[in-house]
Design a protein around this ligand. Structure first.
Ligand code: NAD
Length: 454
């Protein structure tokens, strides 16, 4: 490991990665790799998670290609120094902000979107001119193997290294000094990562999870709302960081919403308890954790079938309350609790209930009432969608990231580029010297200085 890191650092020191053409070549290589190796990557995603080729393309391969093309188009502009204003007392100097690569970056990625969540930060890292270690999740081994084989084949092997490691080996890796760590995973693991990063004062971006609420009040488009909630929740069998974790629905809308959700599940995923092409749960431990959330006095409204042989859990709707086990932690699976808002001020009740949980990665509101949308501005959360769910993350013009317990720092597009960059302040001063700035500070000098700096 030490050897790999030291040769990456040596390469960084040559200055090669500062070159914009080099960065563009790496981005083109990522696009080409995904183009040429679509079939093998699709196969790996199927092996690890049972993803269909269509879902693999939409949520991973196509998604990353889109991101890479977007960054390729803009990287030269983002990497350029940006002129900013200069105050009078620094005249006739000029000021600018010059993005610089941070150096040696470490990307630690999870298993749930193994390609997207490894390659999207890698795009940002190479675009920003870093040398990079990519540490994929050991829980998606087919994809990890694919990275080990393909990345050195397509990208500059002197600048990008893949290290396969489980938690123990990753802890060893984290003892080494990195210049930046981009971590995607659970809040629990984020504690280990930040503790290790603190030893070297290494800055981090943490892309974590949490319980993303979905609030339904004063909604006249229940059918559309249900279709969007079902898509966002059951995609990847609920193993999506921004999936609606639970629904808070106004009492009078509940029966209609439940019926619409059942219809939408059947339309999108197939018959109750017999879904087609449905992603399986990643491993036995996670499967058991999810199954153990059921049979605690909740009412199963739809689904509920668990198949231990294949680790499948069918899309499941349950009626529950705040004390139910599913409301005690991030679900991260295809179980959707529906909770009732009984107070006349439904939106007020929802906002209060959400605030009782740690700050979520996303929050969704389906409502046709302007006042509800206005009041939802108070919700502290990583991202927000009105009348939609999950789709906000597909817009590369917006930062994607959490707040508080759901993480910090941004990814996607320019926000990812800036996370992987250091924004160096540059003052370009002329030789013209003004004696006022040097001691001794006479009374008249102070008078002028006070005036200039006002
Ligand atoms: P995880 O925290 O278990 O693992 C993530 C990575 O950390 C893996 O590469 C793993 O090998 C490594 N790791 C695990 N334990 C470690 C330890 N003790 N020391 C060092 N490294 C360790 O997370 P996961 O189960 O892979 O992913 C699920 C979680 O990730 C959920 O909470 C989900 O919400 C979150 N997530 C967030 C985003 C986002 O973009 N915000 C995206 C996907 C998933």
């Amino acid at each position: 490991m030490k050897e790999i890191l030291s040769s990456l650092r040596d390469y960084f020191d040559t200055g090669q990665t500062f070159d914009i053409e080099w960065r563009k070549t790496q981005l083109r290589a990522i696009i080409e790799m995904l183009e040429k190796e679509t079939v093998s990557l699709s196969k790996a995603l199927h092996e690890d998670l049972g993803k269909s080729a269509e879902e693999a393309w939409l949520t991973e391969i196509g998604f990353v290609q889109h991101e890479a093309r977007f960054v390729l188009r803009h990287v030269a502009k983002w990497a350029r120094a940006r002129r900013v204003k200069t105050p009078l007392f620094l005249m006739p100097g000029r000021s600018r902000i010059q993005p610089q690569p941070r150096g040696l970056a470490l990307i630690i990625s999870p298993w749930n979107y193994p390609a997207q969540l490894a390659l999207s930060p890698l795009i940002a890292s190479v675009a920003a001119g870093n040398v990079t270690v990519l540490k994929p999740s050991e829980l998606s081994p087919a994809c990890a193997k694919w990275f080990t084989e393909m990345i050195p084949k397509y990208l500059d092997p002197k600048a990008v290294a893949v290290i396969e490691a489980g938690p123990e080996k990753t802890s060893e890796l984290l003892k080494e000094p990195f210049d930046f760590i981009f971590f995607t995973g659970s809040t629990k693991t984020a504690h280990y990562i930040t503790r290790a990063a603190a030893e070297h004062l290494t800055p981090t971006v943490l892309e974590l999870g949490g319980k993303s609420p979905c609030i339904v009040t004063n909604c006249n488009h229940i059918k559309t709302a249900a279709s969007r909630i079902v898509f966002a929740k059951f995609l990847n069998a609920g193993q999506t960081c921004v999936a609606p974790d639970y629904i808070l629905v106004e009492e009078k809308l509940k029966p209609q919403l439940i019926e619409a959700l059942k219809t939408a599940i059947t339309e999108q995923f197939g018959p109750e308890n017999a879904p087609n092409n449905f992603v399986h749960i990643i491993h036995k431990g996670h499967y058991e954790r999810l199954c153990n959330m059921l049979n605690h006095g909740e009412k199963i409204l739809f689904g509920g079938k668990c198949t231990p042989e294949t680790l499948h859990i069918a899309p499941t709707l349950i009626e529950a309350d705040m004390s139910h086990p599913s409301m005690q932690e991030e679900i991260f699976g295809p179980i959707l609790p529906i909770l009732t808002l009984t107070e006349t001020d439904a939106i007020g009740q929802a906002l209060k209930l959400v605030a009782e949980h740690p700050t979520p990665l996303a929050a969704y509101l389906f409502s046709d009432r302007k006042e509800d949308v206005k009041r939802a501005k108070r919700l502290i959360c990583g991202g927000f969608a009105h009348n939609d769910a999950l789709m906000h993350l597909t817009n590369a013009h917006m930062p994607f990231g959490g707040v508080g317990q759901s993480g910090h720092g941004g990814s996607h597009g320019q926000f990812g580029f800036e996370s992987f960059s250091h924004m160096r302040s540059e003052l370009l001063q002329s030789q013209l010297d003004i004696p006022l700035r040097y001691p001794p500070f006479t009374e008249s000098a102070m008078k002028w200085l006070r005036r200039f700096m006002h």
